[in-house]
Design a protein around this ligand. Structure first.
Ligand SMILES: [Cu+2]
Length: 74
């Protein structure tokens, strides 16, 4: 059995404005290795991500979002 750790991060992406943005962000993050769950919210502009910190990092998640067109606001 392999041990698996999960970390959670909440990122603010102000450019998320509708359901299409939500699905674009979730799809982009869903393809990223190490991301277990991504939930974007068009009303709050927050993206909740569960990820495996041994596989990916918050920096890589932010980079994926920027590439998808939704840069994270620091
Ligand atoms: Cu949109």
């Amino acid at each position: 059995m392999s041990t698996s750790t999960t970390e959670h991060v909440t990122l603010l992406a102000p450019d998320i404005s509708c359901g299409h943005c939500v699905s674009t962000v979730q799809e982009a993050l869903g393809k990223q290795e190490g991301v277990k769950l991504a939930m974007a919210n068009a009303e709050t502009k927050f993206v909740d991500v569960d990820f495996d910190p041994t596989v990916t990092t918050v920096e890589q998640i932010s980079s994926t979002m920027a590439q998808a067109g939704y840069p994270v606001k620091a």
